[in-house]
Write a protein that binds this ligand. Structure first.
Ligand code: GUN
Length: 167
């Protein structure tokens, strides 16, 4: 059994639309009503998931309405690519080697377009993702390749890696 399969079975992970596998572990029972502009404005105060990305998959470019924090748990370091409101691209390495520019926690600011790649393609990365207010698919957008290529032609190679071919 591969290490990825071990974690998928042991933690009961299921496929995520952005790539990889996840399982929600916590959802705060308290809720708040927010000005989201979406049909349902009620959100839990926070939520947390396990997320596993096998080295032969990517976390495809997506965007969240609220800040998300990624926590390294196991496996290979991983690179998170973020494109901010001004079109600036930055890379953030999630891992335990703090002396080598790896960080055990990385914050993805709300509204950034972001995706991730496992540094060792034969391995995997297991992380935790916390979002507050709690995750809701109304706050999640998977971004189409064509739109990103039109908006950010300077990042073509990366966009081709972090999006799926459109039919
Ligand atoms: N629950 C389902 N998908 C996600 C996600 O992408 N992030 C977080 N934090 N929770 C989720």
């Amino acid at each position: 059994m591969s290490d990825s399969q071990y974690w998928i079975d042991a933690l009961g992970l299921i496929k995520h639309p952005e790539g990889g596998y996840f399982q929600e572990k916590y959802r705060c029972p308290e809720t708040v009503s927010l000005n989201t502009g979406t049909p349902d404005q009620k959100r839990n105060l926070a939520s947390s998931i396990y997320f596993l990305l096998p080295g032969n998959e990517v976390s495809a470019f997506h965007r969240l309405r609220y800040d998300e924090i990624w926590y390294y748990h196991a496996g290979s370091p991983l690179i998170i690519y973020m494109i901010d409101d001004h079109g600036k691209l930055t890379e953030h390495k999630l891992g335990l080697n703090a002396g080598q520019n790896e960080w055990p926690q990385v914050v993805v600011p709300r509204g950034n377009i972001f995706g991730a790649i496992v540094c060792q393609p034969e391995s995997y990365t297991l992380i935790g993702c916390v979002v507050a207010p709690g995750f809701d698919y109304q706050d999640f957008e998977l971004l189409p390749r064509k739109m990103l290529l039109g908006q950010y032609p300077q990042y073509r190679e990366l966009i081709l890696k972090l999006t799926r071919a459109e039919k």
